[in-house]
Write a protein that binds this ligand. Structure first.
Ligand code: NAD
Length: 513
């Protein structure tokens, strides 16, 4: 097959910056050392920009700005209603820049443009959601009649470190930024080095919405230098991290000596379990979308599909047929369903798992570079069937358009297979038996379960994983809990009844009696 110019040339967004700077205390700045790194776009894998690379002294400046803004206000001391107005403005601006944002995101990450648009809308929604939540926030008060009143005084904590991955960068950033600043904290955010581009929109958006200088600080740099230094910084009491489980373990160790508040959203190898009594058409649509959307670079991807044996052959054949027909294409083409993976290193990782898969399962679709794309990080949607539970492609997160399908006979076997990995982020169950659906969901070791449903999450529900998929929950009021401290205050309503230790008269009176 020949490759046309149309399929190989990435659409270049207007006004594409060629140099990206940190944003510290309301100013765009380079690193003090002048150090930079290069960033590539994933279709040509050519450098399109240099990016300031933060060293410890730059992180110090960003943290100092955030600390000053927190201590001096006004942001941390403003009424929730006032902060809420700014957050709503941010949401309006994000929405109004939807097209520009999705073009940048798609250009930088290789995500199909239609899916990047969905992420931009979700980002705006995150700000709106927390703008409303902080105004409606209630806290507990407890009274002991005639004796005592106790209440909860909720307070922002201080400087939050927000460390984000490259798969859906802008949306992931909004997910942390919105609750962190809504609750009155100030932040230092470090995006992933593969995808820094869309983050440069935040300073403009925040400025236009009226967020005071120093509340939001942005640094670019490597995880090992800038990220590590930020996590260990003594003036940073909160760390919210999304990324790989092994990085999560490193961060957890780094944060432990200072007892920091830690939220870890980590990797996954989520099962999609299809019982014979399911609505098979709906299950097929959702399971194909569940693993191949966002190029398969999705933490909650249903990358292990477990299918009951009665329907196995038929379901697997239809699944493979769908995978073969998926439109792989330029990220900027609205018809594209799977774009280009983020980076050649990641492409190599996914390709090496495909080679492993060829020795572990039956290859039914894909199996390598997408046909017609001799360059760029294009992987053909790949389906392996009959994969044994001890296979590497069953156990390890591939984070690309690759699925492992495995048969089961009974509910017990399905549960055993579903729980048989170190991860526990999401699970999807397809059955029309309501009792089975709930019992199965309750027994699955996963932070989130979708029953007869695609991955659609109400923003009020908790998000997070168990086992190697994470620690803590964000989402809804759990995010507010994470980004605030809850001080309890007790007031006595009558006399303070305390034993009179050291009171000599009292002691004499007691010995006389
Ligand atoms: P990664 O762990 O390599 O990097 C994530 C971020 O951490 C980057 O900004 C990186 O620079 C930084 N980092 C790396 N080492 C660090 C260190 N020692 N100290 C501080 N910061 C450090 O992950 P990635 O490759 O960018 O993202 C893919 C992973 O993220 C996958 O495992 C995926 O499942 C996971 N993910 C999880 C969720 C979730 O909500 N559970 C969502 C999206 C992605």
């Amino acid at each position: 097959m020949t490759t046309s110019v149309e399929t190989t040339q990435q659409h270049i967004p207007e006004n594409l910056p060629t140099h990206l700077q940190h944003f510290i205390d309301g100013e765009f700045v380079d690193s003090i050392s002048g150090k930079t790194f290069d960033v590539q776009e994933p279709v040509s894998n050519e450098n399109y920009a240099t990016v300031a690379s933060a060293q410890p002294e730059d992180v110090d400046l960003a943290v100092a700005a955030a600390k000053r803004a927190f201590k001096e206000g006004p942001w941390s001391k403003m009424l929730p209603r006032e902060r809420s107005r700014v957050l709503h403005k941010i949401a309006d601006i994000v929405e109004s820049r939807d097209d520009e944002l999705s073009l940048l995101e798609s250009y930088d990450s290789g995500l199909p443009i239609t899916q990047a648009k969905g992420q931009a809308r979700r980002a705006a929604e995150n700000f709106r959601f927390f703008a409303d939540l902080i105004v409606g926030q209630e806290d507990n008060a407890f009274k002991v009649p005639g004796r005592q009143i106790n209440y909860v005084n909720r307070k922002p904590i201080g400087v939050a470190a927000l460390i984000t991955p490259w798969n859906v960068p802008f949306m992931q950033e909004s997910w942390k930024l919105a609750p962190a600043i809504a609750t009155g904290n100030t932040v230092v955010m470090k995006p992933a080095s593969y995808t820094p581009l869309s983050a440069v929109l935040w300073p403009e958006i925040f400025r236009e919405a009226g967020l005071p200088d120093g509340v939001f600080n942005l640094i670019f740099g490597s995880g090992g230098v800038a990220g590590d230094y930020l996590v260990k910084h003594p003036d940073v009491p909160i760390v919210s991290f999304t990324g790989d489980s092994s990085t999560g373990a490193t961060i957890s160790t780094a944060a432990a000596p200072q007892f920091k508040s830690l939220s870890l959203e980590l990797g996954g190898k989520s099962p999609a379990v299809v019982f014979a009594d399911a609505d098979l058409e709906a299950a097929l649509d959702a399971t194909v979308f569940g693993v191949f959307s966002l190029n398969g670079e999705r933490c909650t991807a249903g990358s292990r599909v477990l299918v009951q044996r009665d329907i196995y052959d038929d379901f697997v054949a239809r699944f493979a047929e769908r995978a073969k027909n998926i439109k792989v294409g330029l990220p900027s083409d609205p018809k594209t369903e799977v774009g280009s993976l983020v980076h050649p290193n990641h492409f190599d990782k996914v390709m090496s798992y495909i080679e492993i898969g060829k020795t572990e399962g039956k290859l039914l679709a894909g199996g390598g570079r997408a046909e017609g794309f001799p360059t760029g990080n294009y992987v053909a949607p790949t389906v392996f069937a009959d994969v044994a539970p001890d296979a590497q492609i069953f156990q390890e997160e591939i984070f690309g358009p690759v699925v492992a399908i495995t048969p089961f006979d009974t509910d017990e076997e399905a549960l055993e297979l579903a729980n048989n990995t170190k991860y526990g982020l999401a699970a999807y169950v397809w059955t029309t038996n309501v009792k089975r659906a709930h019992n199965f969901a309750h027994a699955i070791e996963a932070g989130m379960v979708w029953l007869n449903s695609n991955n659609v999450r109400d923003l009020r529900t908790p998000f997070g994983g168990v086992k190697a998929s994470g620690l803590g929950r964000e989402g809804g009021y759990r995010s507010v809990d994470f980004y605030t401290t809850q001080q309890s205050v007790q007031i006595t309503l009558n006399e303070a009844h305390s034993p009179k230790f050291g009171n000599v008269e009292d002691a004499a009176a007691t010995s006389d009696s």
